[in-house]
Design a protein around this ligand. Sequence first.
Ligand code: ADP
Length: 538
Amino acid sequence: MRGTMMDYPLTLPTILERAGKIFSRVEIVSRKPDKSIARTCYGEFYRRARRLAAALTKLGLQAGDRVASMMWNHSAHLEAFFGVPCAGGVLHTLNLRLHAHEIAGIAKHAGDRFLLIDDILLPVYEKFRSDAPFEKVIVVPHGSDAMPDGFLNYELLLADAGDDFRYPQLDENDGAAMCFTSGTTGHSKGVIYSHRALVLHSFACGLGEVFGMSHFDTVLPVAPMFHANAWGLPFACTMLGARLVLPGPSVDPESVLGLMVSERVSIACGVPTVWIAVLEALEKNPGRWKFDAPVRIVCGGTAPPLELIRRLDRYGLQIKHLWGMTETTPIGTSGGLRPHMHDWPDDEKYEIRAKQGWPAPFVEIRLMRPEGEAPWDGATSGEIEIRGPWVAASYYDSPDQAHRWTADGWFRTGDVATMDEAGYVKIVDRAKDLVKSGGEWISSVDLENTLMGHPAVKEACVVGIPHPKWQERPLAAVVLKDGAQATPEELRAFLAQSFAKWQLPDAFVFIDAIPRTSVGKFKKLALREQFANWKWES
Ligand code: ADP
């Protein structure tokens, strides 16, 4: 027997319409490139997103056409997250921190027809203009309205568009947005999010165990909107009517902390390197930033070190851990403490909070080893395989992708983890980053996160370097805190309290800064290359 319920499509116009009516007065705050604050609201955002949809349709946008964006986090970018898909197009957020030739290559590969770009980013565009596929380039003015020849002015287009836009017929499985992986371990690959996946993912974002966000929150997305589907935040915040604070290009720790305090942010989202810098600023300037209430820091992209979680707590910044991927829209697991754990000793609670949490509803995870599925015993590790309604079933136009999916339809993540009987996932490492030493695997993540608990260490990154006898051995690249001192022997002794001798790095190098990827992760590839010919002491 079939259910008697309606077959109602899960598409983005329904979210946009509801926000325009019900949350019309909820504020959207943007910090502009000149650092001034601009305030608008969901009512105005609704009108402008519909005008953008009308303008793109007038320019000839057809169903499924890709519209690229090269923008910082601000209200016009948010408009694109709805204006493009509600016109039947696919918003492709370009990673503006990549090299110009990479951006051009990705835009070409995606077949982007139009580009929406901030005026302050035009110098980046000029670097790959001759290589770029765009038919029309639409510029969002932040300063003067004067446009160089050959570009369209976003504000004029919207002003001319009118308010009578009618949505095209949309299927919930149509593509709505597109994002390429951030390329930490290799070439970027593209994923296309359907309307249905984005709607279901937005429901998940509202769950207490995930972002725990609602209409009563003020949300600050620090992670750039071009990273991993903007962490789902544009769609979720609009669906839930959460007040949004968008930081523009200024994401240095002082600017982030300033916004958090002045706008009374309740949830801020970003990768650990952002919060490492924020912690350093807080510790250098005690008393400068005061929070009226605890702030939830949703943190993912790499594992936040336990010591970071502990020390940020002292300032009322409570890290909530999220694991995910561009391929998973991005929510995979999240969590934190369960009710029965609140009376546990602090150290045990921090161990739990440093884990990646448990799978979100409808996200299924299994750990696979060559001999079969690993038990959920908290000790046996295996590669995470995942499936669910917001998990990619393929990459966009990628010829050699078949090996990333199993015959029975699970996505192979490349992340190695353990799971305990309650479903808590603990990432051991990316398979590519595990140090393969004499037939044993050493977790680079565990070593570096423990090192970052040493009082003299600001940042640490551990990589496997080829070794004539052991295949690979760990090398730790360490950035010391300003004015702090530590010797390799001290750091080795510190690690020896938690690790077996064969797991300890054989080399410690002190450097000024750890190279970063375009989204702020440690760039292990660069360190591996830099130290590829390391002379090991025999
Ligand atoms: P890329 O793989 O190019 O870095 P993504 O930004 O989509 O692209 O990164 C997804 C990967 O980031 C995951 O496969 C995992 O290795 C890592 N990751 C994400 N969140 C976490 C987390 N909370 N803890 C550890 N690793 C994480």
